[in-house]
Write a protein that binds this ligand. Structure first.
Ligand SMILES: Nc1ncnc2c1ncn2[C@@H]1O[C@H](COP(=O)(O)OP(=O)(O)OP(=O)(O)O)[C@@H](O)[C@H]1O
Ligand SMILES: [Mg+2]
Length: 257
């Protein structure tokens, strides 16, 4: 974790609430959450199915709008932000990783990684160069021309991580990133995420049902019925020795300065 940033919250949630109307009923998916997350922190979000984890992640990502309360990310309150500010947030401030990878099936690994850069108008040559670098950094240089269905699940999720990093976000939001992977590939994905956190100071919020995944985090936040019911610090998060992506991640940092 980046010691210089640790006291500065990058995320501040104030009485955050998201209600859904389902017929005559109202579901409070997120029911008055107050939480601060420091820049460079790695937080695991846990809780039973339906406890509001994905809803909370979507609110943080600017993919959903709160019913009430505030979602501060840096100096921006997403609850009241204008559309262009929300676009900026989704395209530059956060990166998303999903359980089911969500790669475009007719595009190669390289083209998938290029996509977020294409959407913000990055030039073709710069896109290609950076996508090649990102794939090399996660050990998939040899797979850049493969379509997703010619990649293993673990490889697809690594491509999805590279794609999430394309526009150099401050925060990575991952919704059960290891949920579709076996334990070996799941551990590989977590090792990469933890390295990104340590090497780049990337703030990480990872939803998981798996205690072995939560063990990588600095702090575990547990939800029940849309509320925080427990916050615990991990005194000794899982950190594997000598992460192989360390040298390339420092190059990435230099390239993005
Ligand atoms: N678009 C929606 N319309 C109505 N209700 C919704 C909607 N999205 C979520 N909910 C409800 O809000 C609650 C929280 O859902 P959410 O998807 O955030 O849970 P979760 O903790 O991510 O669960 P899981 O572990 O199964 O992914 C659930 O009761 C769900 O049914
Ligand atoms: Mg969910």
């Amino acid at each position: 974790m980046n010691e210089t940033n640790i006291d500065k919250p990058i995320i501040r949630l104030i009485n955050l609430t998201r209600r859904y109307k389902v017929g005559p009923n109202v579901v409070e998916a997120v029911a008055g959450i107050d939480l601060e997350i420091a820049a460079g922190e790695f937080v695991a979000l846990m809780g039973a199915s339906g406890s509001g984890k994905s809803t909370l992640l979507n609110l943080l990502g600017g993919l959903d709008t709160p019913s009430s309360g505030e979602v501060w990310v840096g100096e921006v309150n997403l609850a009241t932000a204008k559309r262009n500010i929300l676009d900026q947030h989704r395209q530059h401030t956060v990166g998303f990783v999903f359980q089911s990878f969500n790669l475009l099936s007719t595009r190669t690994a390289l083209e998938n990684v290029e996509m977020p850069m294409l959407l913000v108008g990055e030039r073709a040559a710069a896109r290609r160069t950076r996508a090649h670098e990102l794939l090399a950094q996660i050990g998939l240089a040899q797979r850049s021309d493969h379509l997703p269905n010619a990649l293993s699940g673990g490889e697809q999720q690594r491509v999805a991580i590279a794609r999430a990093l394309a526009n150099n976000p401050l925060i990575l939001l991952a919704d059960e990133p290891t949920g579709n992977l076996d334990s070996k590939n799941g551990a590989e994905v977590m090792r990469i995420l933890r390295s990104l956190n340590q090497e780049r100071g990337l703030t990480l919020i990872v939803v998981t049902h798996d205690p072995a995944v939560a063990a990588y985090a600095d702090r575990v936040v547990r939800l029940l019925d849309g509320k925080i019911v427990e916050i615990s610090m991990n005194a000794a998060p899982t950190i594997e020795a000598v992460p192989p992506i360390t040298p390339v991640m420092s190059q990435l940092q230099e390239a993005s300065v």
